[in-house]
Design a protein around this ligand. Structure first.
Ligand code: AMP
Length: 218
């Protein structure tokens, strides 16, 4: 039987990463973030990492073939009972088609595509000022969730925090453009398949978590 697999969709800063972490901790789901995989490839110095670095820093999309390859590897290797959270994938219609075919191959399907809706004006504030714990990935924000005063991550106690190279105004403009041009058509694609659900991404974190839970348990 297919596990409860979901896609979290929304522009950069919508809260996909934050909600994914909560679902991983609370429900034993496995997060598949192509953005995290690509950042990992960059820091590990692989050939693919070098190829994608400049594209990512500009805020453009890397090629479908690369991200589909990354997802294919995970889908064949991992079989989580709690299901997969696709975070930041698919981002193009070709990726959406490829995901459908890959899931068919492994006898899985997507239960819900959850669109996290937010205003662009809020995204700029959310994205500039965010940082993550280098050890565990806990997300912080200069205004709304500052790093604890003692400099230790509240989740794991580590003391190194990183900011993403593409969390700047120029790259964000391109990332939003890429979202509206290439990714937002997927909203219609999944609506037509009867899989689309919406949550208000402007609500506070707990409220968004509850809205997602209502969809998963409904
Ligand atoms: P994210 O962490 O999801 O915001 O992704 C960061 C960057 O990685 C994006 O701006 C793209 O350059 C690249 N990226 C991540 N996922 C994808 C994808 N599914 N398709 C193409 N590029 C991607």
């Amino acid at each position: 039987m297919s596990a409860l697999n979901i896609i979290l969709m929304g522009p950069p800063g919508a809260g996909k990463g934050t909600q994914s972490r909560i679902l991983v901790d609370g429900r034993g789901m496995v997060q598949l973030s192509t953005g995290d995989m690509l950042r990992g490839a960059r820091t590990s110095g692989t050939e693919m990492g070098r190829v994608v670095a400049a594209v990512m820093d500009k805020g453009d999309l890397v090629t479908d073939a690369i991200v589909i390859g990354l997802i294919r590897e995970k889908l064949t290797d991992l079989h989580p009972e709690g299901g997969f959270i696709f975070d930041g994938f698919p981002r193009t219609l070709a990726q959406a088609d490829a995901l459908g075919a890959l899931l068919d191959e492994v006898g899985q399907r997507i239960a819900h595509v959850i669109e996290m809706h937010v205003d662009d004006a809020v995204l700029v504030d959310r994205v500039s000022g965010r940082s993550t714990c280098a050890a565990c990935g806990e997300v912080y924000h200069d205004q709304t969730r500052p790093i604890p005063a003692d400099g230790h991550c509240s989740n794991c106690g580590a003391t190194t925090f990183t900011r993403r190279a593409d969390d700047n105004a120029d790259a964000l403009r391109n990332r939003l453009l890429a979202y509206y041009k290439q990714t937002s058509p997927l909203i219609g694609y999944y609506y037509a398949k009867g899989m689309l659900r919406h949550v208000d991404g402007l609500a506070d974190i707990d409220t968004v978590t509850q809205s997602i839970a209502a969809i998963l348990d409904g």
